[in-house]
Each structure stands twice: as C-alpha cells, then as structure tokens.
Design a protein around this ligand. Structure first.
Ligand SMILES: NC(=O)c1ccc[n+]([C@@H]2O[C@H](COP(=O)([O-])OP(=O)(O)OC[C@H]3O[C@@H](n4cnc5c(N)ncnc54)[C@H](O)[C@@H]3O)[C@@H](O)[C@H]2O)c1
Length: 318
C-alpha cells in the first residue's frame, strides 16, 4: 500500500523500486505499480535511490534502519521502531551518526480531523488542556500468528494512541496506568496478549488522557479523538462510508463506519508521504522525528508493566 501511494506521489524521484524478502512478491507488486523490483541489497547499494521506506514486520526494522543509515539513505520507518527500547536507541544512534533524514510512520498525525484537534490546542483555542480522550477500536482480529513478534497490543496498536495523546495534548507523558482483558479471542490470551484495554496517561502539563482499545468492534473501525481545556473542546469524529441518511417512520439510518485503516486513513497516508518527500527534498526538521518514535515505545512498555503490577508507572522521556 505504501508503495502504491509512493509510486503515484513522487514525480521528483528518479527511481521508485520495491524490495521484499520474497522475490516473487517484489516482482508482482513492482509489475502492478510499474516500478522497478530490487533486492534489499540492491536497493541499499543503488546510487539512484535517495530514500528508503521500511514497511517490513516490526522485528526487522532496527537492522534495516542501521543498514540504510550507514549508506546515507534517507529513512522512513513504520511504527514501532522496535518493541525493545535498547534496540530503538541502537537504531537512533546510527541515524544520529549518519545525519541522514529520518521520519517515523505515525500516519494518524496527518489525518485532517486529528490534525485539526492538535492545531486547535496549539493555537490556544482550547485553553489549558485538562482532559483528552482517544477511542481506537479495530473492526476485526489480526490474522493468526500476528500477535507474536508484534510487541502485544500496547506496542503494536495502542502505540498510535500514545503518539496521538502526545501530539494533540502537546506535552510528554510522565505516568501510565493500564488495565486489560481477553474478552474476544482466547488465542490472543494464549499468545500472552490482551484484546481489550484502557490506559490512563498523565502528561507533564498535568492533563490526563484516557485511551480505550478493542481488537474487534463489530460495527467497524472506531477512531475518535477529543481534547477538552479551559476554553473549550476540540473533537475529531468517525468517518462513515458515506454521509447519506435514510429517515423513515421507524427512525433514521446511516452508512456504517469505514472498514479499517486502509480506508479510514487513506488520506493520512498520502499526506504522510507528501511530508516525507518534502522533508527529504527540502530539508528542515523531521515531520515525525526519532524521539517521537521512541516515546510511545517507552509508554507501551510502561503500560505492560502497569498491567503486570497493577499500579501506575512513572516514565521518563515518555
Ligand atoms: N501505520 C499503520 O497504520 C500501520 C498499519 C499496519 C502495519 N503497520 C506496520 O507496518 C509494518 C509491516 O506490517 P505488515 O502487517 O504489513 O507486515 P507483513 O508481515 O505483511 O510484511 C510486509 C512485507 O515485508 C516483507 N518482509 C518481511 N521481512 C522482510 C525483510 N527482512 N526484508 C524485506 N522484506 C521483508 C514481507 O514479505 C511482506 O511482503 C509493521 O511494523 C506494522 O507495525 C503500520
């Protein structure tokens, strides 16, 4: 999906190429998009490639970041940078050493609705922030086997909400309380994960964020963000498949929510890519720097510790 957006969005790039651990996959995606297929080694060695987008499974990110940084490629990397904070630091140290442009894939920052909440807070329109509320519920369970290696719900899924909380409140997180349960799929529990969770974050400015997550909301992909402060409230609501409504004597009906992230956040992925391309081409600060990729992993690990120990965990650099 990233490659398809990229292929359409980068007129300035001299070569767009797809690499995959499976040669056949790379070849078929490349053919579909009419771009080149390369091995990872070829991609890293090619002088015609300026920037690399790492959209492989999370456990592979760190080595690929280090390899790309060492050969001076600009790097975009999907969340989470790693599920292990020591590994995140190893990757970020390589980026720092090379001085290469680096951006983390937190696409929701580029959603127009969520971004309008952040801008309302930043402009002062909401006043002093007191409460934030984020609902993030997937429509369907991940495929079998996905949970292993994902870092579990907090580092794989809630990580978006930790980033969103930091983004819209505009203040780092200093304490984390989390609770969770297996209410949907026993296989998730058997894999050592949970499928239902609530997290309470305390920010450095005193504001409190609550997050609720479900791996399966039968009515669709439920994505809501709200910030309340001394002067008002800013909200970003769900997006339905269309805005048509049917009114009858029995009541009113409307279209259901967009199915999942590829539909709901399509615009955010395009905006994210444009931001990455502009950043690589024009320089300036990273739209989502390494520190913004690190903090939600710190918060995610604290959330797991909170569930295990049943207490609030204080964090540094969260
Ligand atoms: N921003 C978002 O909303 C969002 C959504 C989904 C996934 N993600 C992230 O994207 C990443 C990929 O997730 P996915 O579910 O697409 O994974 P996936 O398992 O479908 O893998 C993606 C591709 O990477 C290839 N691959 C695996 N190891 C590789 C390697 N070492 N070198 C080259 N190619 C390799 C696979 O063959 C596959 O084609 C994860 O880090 C995930 O957290 C982000």
């Amino acid at each position: 999906m990233h490659a398809s957006i990229l292929a359409r969005q980068i007129p300035r790039a001299s070569v767009v190429a797809v690499a995959d651990a499976f040669e056949d996959t790379a070849a078929s995606v490349a053919a579909e998009l009419q771009v080149a297929a390369m091995s990872v080694d070829e991609l890293l060695a090619s002088p015609q490639i300026d920037a690399i987008a790492i959209c492989t499974p999370s456990p592979t990110h760190v080595e690929l970041i280090i390899r790309a940084a060492e050969v001076g490629k600009a790097v975009f990397c999907e969340k989470p940078l790693s599920t292990d904070i020591g590994e995140v630091d190893r990757a970020l140290a390589a980026v720092e050493r090379s001085g290469t442009p680096f951006m983390v894939g937190f696409n929701r920052r580029f959603d127009p609705g969520h971004r309008s909440v952040q801008r309302a807070v930043q402009s002062g329109a909401v006043g002093d922030v007191q409460l934030a509320r984020i609902t993030s519920r997937d429509p369907a369970l991940p495929p079998p086997g996905y949970v292993e290696g994902s870092g579990g719900i907090f580092v794989d899924m809630t990580i978006h909400d930790f980033d969103m909380a930091r983004f819209v409140v505009g203040s780092p997180v200093v304490a984390v309380f989390a609770t969770g349960a297996v209410l949907i799929d026993p296989a998730i529990g058997a894999a050592g994960d949970i499928d239902t969770a609530v997290v309470v974050l305390t920010h450095a400015n005193g504001a409190i964020t609550t997050i609720d997550n479900s791996r399966q909301a039968v009515y669709g992909y439920d994505q809501r963000v709200e910030v309340m402060g001394s002067k008002g409230m800013a909200t970003s609501d769900n997006v339905a498949k269309d805005n048509g409504r049917l009114f009858t004597a029995d009541g009113a009906r409307g279209a259901n929510l967009q199915h999942f992230f590829l539909e709901r956040y399509r615009e955010s992925f395009v905006n994210e890519w444009e931001a990455f391309i502009d950043y690589v081409a024009d320089g300036g600060p990273s739209p989502v720097p390494g520190s913004a990729g690190r903090a939600p992993v710190v918060i995610g690990q604290a959330a797991w510790q909170s569930v295990r120990e049943g207490r609030t965990i204080t964090v540094e650099q969260g």
